[in-house]
Design a binder for this molecule. Structure first.
Ligand SMILES: Nc1nc2c(ncn2[C@@H]2O[C@H](COP(=O)(O)OP(=O)(O)OP(=O)(O)O)[C@@H](O)[C@H]2O)c(=O)[nH]1
Ligand SMILES: [Zn+2]
Length: 196
């Protein structure tokens, strides 16, 4: 390891944040910034906690044998993630559907699954795919359909500066890929405004 890398590796995370603040042209010792490195460390740990979580742990005890073979949709699940290119947030809604094959997932666990992958450095396409594949692996359903709609701050507050564009991604597995009728049912239920 180079001398410079060794120095960096031995620095605490909070020291690194202090240095970042200094290089932004700020005084890390002024009153308002004194505890900022500590806050940044905590906040970053929370926003990237998905790296420490596994799907198996999250789903633990919440897979149930149920005789139901129609579509299950949990829609409008809000999520916050960070783009891996700029470390800026992208956020929006996830719509998660599957057609069971003997097993269903506890509903809250579906939202938790979204967060396991959202709370990492991501691109929206990979996030979409990972949610779909984790459900497929967990319960081997007849199919899984995922739609994510998001706004990317790296396209809004910097860069191209477009405030109204939304990015929509999808992952369709099993019957959602092979049966047009299933895919269309999913799309129309996602569009349907709930009256609740
Ligand atoms: N496909 C995809 N691209 C993303 C996502 N998040 C950010 N990006 C894009 O990643 C690209 C990185 O492009 P670069 O040219 O390397 O970076 P840049 O110079 O900062 O680009 P600009 O944002 O256009 O200023 C940009 O087009 C971003 O909009 C994502 O979730 N999926
Ligand atoms: Zn970005």
């Amino acid at each position: 390891m180079s001398e410079q890398n060794q120095t960096l590796a031995s620095a605490s995370t909070q020291d690194l944040y202090r240095e970042m603040i200094r290089r932004m042209g700020e005084d890390p010792d002024r009153d308002g910034l004194l505890r900022t490195p500590e806050r940044m460390e905590k906040s970053t740990a929370f926003l990237t906690q998905g790296y420490k979580q596994t799907v198996t742990e999250v789903l633990h005890n919440a897979l149930f044998d149920v005789d139901y073979d129609e579509m299950v949709i949990v829609k409008d699940i809000e999520f916050y993630s960070q783009c891996e290119h700029h470390l800026l947030p992208f956020f929006g809604k996830a719509h998660v559907a599957y057609v069971p094959n003997g097993k269903v997932i506890g509903l809250s666990k579906i939202a938790r699954l979204v967060d396991v992958f959202a709370r990492r450095l991501q691109v929206q396409e990979r996030l979409t795919r990972q949610i779909a594949e984790s459900i497929e692996e967990a319960i081997a359903p007849q199919g899984v359909g995922i739609i994510l709609e998001a706004q990317h701050l790296c396209m809004m507050m910097r860069g191209v500066e477009k405030q109204h564009s939304h990015t929509v991604t999808s992952a369709m597995l099993g019957v959602f890929k092979t049966q047009l009728q299933t895919r269309n049912e999913f799309l129309s239920l996602v569009r349907h405004k709930t009256t609740l």
